[in-house]
Design a protein around this ligand. Structure first.
Ligand code: UD1
Ligand code: CA
Length: 502
């Protein structure tokens, strides 16, 4: 049989739950791992099926959650997202009923249901679920997993032939054991993941009939399986050996466990593609980051957002890059960067802070204890040590001396500094912006550049040096410095004469 990608008619993502165990002012599904919110991961998995319709069911913190989902969906390129509001009737069955109501009334085909708080579900597993569902003509296909501890999960109840008969919720299985002494349901290790493929018409027929006559007083979506069987439909299961795929994030502990697991998966994928990760336990890479083959990530590296690293580049140790582009063979060491562009063969760090708008040209250098912001630095230019460059443009092969700063802010407005190519600036030069320095110009050490410097000129404005002879001997009597000076032949001058110039 040819492997065709099966597109479901719709995916309904359930996201109405409150998530109280997170103990957070932020709705549960908005908590993030791997650079994406929980519901963002759910939407990405849903989108991978290219469904005709995508619906998210919301209720708790409705407006905030709906706005977040719309934004996350837009980021993922989801077309035609619908938001459905759950009412006061609780339960997953009611959530899907209202999700379905947001879809065309004559919708046919497969409707997939997933959860907004299950972030590690993979496109492959979802695709496998839908493919099996359609190939076998099932009414319902449920994704199941076998757990060492099934507490809290709905149990998969199978008939004598091994077919899925129904799902019994954990609390109902406990109640049954209490009432009858039969704990066989509680002991079932195969559980309902909460991820299913349903026939659309089946959902339309059965959901309105769901009752709340159960231990939790909720409309159980799981009851649809028994009802499908009762009307002669085929109910089947697809299993996954990977229990992380079906795990929800209900509290901070699970959030962190899932976050680490996701990160391990992301790193494994990059290592498979030729990236060296020296220490996976201290390296964190968002799902949205792009790495080329032969990139090396050293310990303590965190890559976030839309960061990309080109081939041969070495990032780390101890570097955090957000939405930053690193060129081929560049090295970035102990650096904090956001919205920066680092050219091919450039070097950055150690202890360097690149703020948004920093663009470092090929073979350029930004060295130790430098802060940059909104600055374009030409090819081969060097800002080697101790300084600040902001709202500036620095030309090719210019060398900025130690301790230079652009004084870009007059307390009210920001001004630009424009420095040409092949310029050499002396240590501790301060550029009082707005100011322009021409190509090939020099500045003296400690120059304060207030006026434009023409091409090829040397800018000097330091006052002549004045040595007050004997000052230390007279004014720092008894100090080690005075003693050292005296040993070297220095003589005190006294109050009256100390201001005199030599
Ligand atoms: C549900 C299943 C259970 C399964 C488990 C897997 C039912 C009745 N039970 O359990 O068989 O093993 O998931 O995790 O379906 N939600 C809504 N509206 C609601 C209630 C829930 O949108 O009224 C959403 C939640 O936000 C969450 C998902 O549905 O994303 C599951 O809700 P939850 O309360 O965790 O499900 P359980 O009842 O624990
Ligand atoms: Ca749950």
């Amino acid at each position: 049989m040819p492997q065709t990608v099966v597109r479901p008619s719709a995916v309904i993502v359930l996201a109405a739950g409150q998530g109280t165990r997170m103990k957070s002012a932020t709705p549960k599904i908005m908590h993030a791992i791997g650079g994406r919110s929980l519901v963002g991961h759910a939407l990405a998995a849903a989108q991978s099926l290219a469904p005709e319709h995508l619906v998210a069911v919301v209720r708790h913190e409705r407006d905030r959650v709906a706005a977040h989902i719309e934004e996350a969906a837009a980021d993922l390129g989801v077309m035609g997202l619908a938001i459905a509001d759950q009412d006061e009737v609780p339960g997953t069955g009611r959530a899907v009923e209202l999700g379905l109501a947001a879809l065309p009334g004559d919708l046919e085909g497969t409707v997939v249901v997933t959860y907004g708080d299950v972030p590690l579900l993979t496109p492959e597993t979802l695709q496998r679920l839908v493919a099996a569902h359609e190939a076998d003509g099932n009414a319902v296909t449920v994704l199941t997993a076998t757990l060492a501890d099934a507490t809290g999960y709905g149990r998969i109840v199978r008939d004598a032939d091994g077919l899925v008969e129904r799902i019994m919720e954990h609390k109902d299985a406990l109640a049954h054991a209490e009432a009858t002494g039969d704990s066989s349901y509680v002991e079932i290790a195969e559980v309902n993941s909460g991820i299913y493929a349903f026939d659309a018409a089946l959902l339309r027929r059965t959901l309105p009939q769901l009752s709340t006559e159960n231990v939790q007083g909720e409309k159980y979506l799981t009851d649809v399986l028994g009802m499908a069987r009762a009307e002669g439909g085929r109910v089947a299961s697809v299993g996954t050996d990977d229990v992380w795929e079906v795990e929800g994030a209900n509290d901070r502990r699970q959030l962190s466990d899932l976050g680490r697991q996701l990160n391990e998966r992301v790193l494994r994928r990059w290592m498979k593609d030729g990236v060296t990760v020296v220490d996976p336990s201290s390296t964190w890479v968002d799902v949205t980051v792009e790495l080329a083959a032969d990139v090396t990530l050293k310990p303590g590296t965190q890559l976030h957002g839309s960061t990309t690293v080109a081939t041969g580049a070495v990032v780390g140790p101890d570097s955090t890059l957000v939405d930053t582009r690193v060129g081929e063979r560049a090295t970035v060491k102990r650096t904090d960067a956001a919205e920066a562009v680092i050219g091919d063969d450039a070097t950055v760090g150690p202890f360097t802070y690149l703020r948004p708008g920093t663009v470092l040209g090929e073979e350029g250098k930004i060295g130790a204890f430098y802060e940059t912001k909104k600055v374009t630095i030409g090819r081969g230019a060097k800002l080697s040590h101790l300084g600040y460059a902001g709202d500036a443009e620095i030309g090719e092969y210019t060398n900025i001396g130690c301790g230079n700063i652009t004084a870009n802010y007059d307390g009210v407005n920001k001004h630009r500094t424009v420095i040409g190519s092949h310029v050499r600036t002396g240590s501790n030069t301060v550029f009082i912006a707005p100011v322009t320095v021409g190509d090939g110009a020099y500045t003296g050490a400690a120059a304060t550049v207030r006026q434009d410097v023409p091409a090829g000129a040397l800018a000097l404005n330091a006052v002549d040096q004045r040595n007050v002879a004997g000052w230390v001997v007279s004014r720092r009597v008894g100090t080690a410095s005075a003693e050292a000076a005296q040993a070297a032949g220095a003589v005190g001058r006294g109050e009256a004469t100390e201001a005199a110039q030599d």
